[in-house]
Design a protein around this ligand. Structure first.
Ligand SMILES: *Cc1c(COP(=O)(O)O)cnc(C)c1O
Length: 341
């Protein structure tokens, strides 16, 4: 056997290969939002040199957007890479990672590859997050790393800022707030990184900024944590084209803010319409709505209408997640649902 044991046992992260013209499965943003930025890559954009490994311009733009200092930032090839680097930097073989249940499946994947242990905590029947149970589990199990996805993927549940800080205060070990969707809510702990030397905030250009294609994420934390992350970060991990496009998008953040406003209106529409149909939908602070449906083969039936949503298995059998798309896309999805229920 060539694969190491932990990889042999690994279930790969599956990306649905089905192509539909209404793509509401991956929480991607508005396709037109920063489309024109590509035109800024002109003939004097040289590709022969490595990127600036300090990512000076990008970090300046992030610092201005996130209201932090350049010295508090590391950048990554998607925030996924940064999450992996955190596992590499802070968790040894057989040490424990604690996260929510259910949550983003990449956390347990990275944990497994690193031969660390993984547990979920804070679960409840209505998918709200039981913060006291998380703190209790942290006290009992003393995880080396705690990852709080806020708002949570796939449920959309939001944890209040003060509750995230209670979790951070309950341990001396590292706590990551994965704020991939925080632009769609208002409970960020980014402004607390100077107050807690064990707090890391991870963010991305993939969701509200609608730039999943450039694979750009960033991490904000106190200087000591940044120094640690920089030790395990591969040099030039972010390519120069992505770094440039992310910088330009961050300078035009007002576009993103406008988009978020319209998205929240649409989110309410989708949520209320699902409830009106008698579908059990869950209140969301992200750019998607999580719901339960007993319709047999719902995913396939929607695919026949050229609509792709995300279906879950295992414990979440009969649960689905639909990304909030454009007004028109949401309308088509809701009409299709109405026909099926
Ligand atoms: C989409 C998502 C990310 C972003 O990943 P990227 O690698 O930056 O595209 C991170 N965390 C969660 C929970 C997500 O859903």
């Amino acid at each position: 056997m060539r694969e190491k044991q932990s990889v042999k046992e690994l279930e790969p992260y599956v990306v649905n290969p089905v192509v539909c013209s209404i793509k509401l499965d991956a929480n991607e943003g508005n396709k037109d939002l920063y489309k024109d930025l590509i035109k800024k890559i002109s003939s004097d954009f040289y590709l022969n040199t490595y990127p600036d490994d300090n990512y000076t311009e990008l970090k300046k733009a992030i610092a201005s957007y996130a209201k932090c200092d350049v010295k508090n930032i590391s950048v990554g090839n998607g925030s996924s890479e940064l999450l992996d680097l955190c596992v590499k930097a802070f968790v040894d073989t057989n040490e424990l990672i604690l996260s929510l249940d259910p949550t983003f499946s990449m956390y347990s994947l990275y944990a497994q590859i690193a031969n660390s242990r993984y547990i979920g905590a804070g679960e409840s029947n209505d998918f709200t997050i039981k913060v006291d149970d998380i703190i209790k589990s942290i006290k009992e199990n003393n995880p080396k790393l705690t990852i709080i996805c806020n708002p949570n993927n796939p449920t959309g549940a939001v944890i209040k800022k003060e509750d995230v800080l209670r979790i951070v205060k309950s341990t001396d070990n590292i706590v990551i707030a994965d704020e991939a969707y925080m632009e769609f809510s208002n409970e960020s702990v980014v402004d607390e990184i100077e107050n807690y030397d064990n707090l890391i905030v991870v963010k991305t250009m993939s969701k509200a900024f609608s730039m999943a294609g450039i694979r750009t994420g960033y991490l904000i934390a106190g200087e000591d944590i940044i120094k640690t992350i920089e030790k395990v970060r591969p040099p030039y991990n972010l390519n120069s084209i992505s770094a440039f496009l992310a910088t330009e998008a961050l300078k035009e953040k007002d576009k993103m803010l406008e988009y978020v406003k319209t998205l929240k209106v649409e989110r309410k529409k989708v949520y209320n319409s699902l409830l009106d149909m008698g579908v059990k939908a869950y209140k969301s602070g992200a750019n998607f709505v999580f719901f339960k449906s007993d319709i047999k083969g719902l995913e396939e039936k929607l695919i026949k209408d050229d609509i792709l949503i995300r279906k879950f298995g295992g414990k979440l059998n009969n649960y689905y997640r639909v990304t909030i798309g454009s007004e028109k896309e949401n309308k088509v999805f809701l009409e299709s649902m109405k026909k099926l229920v």
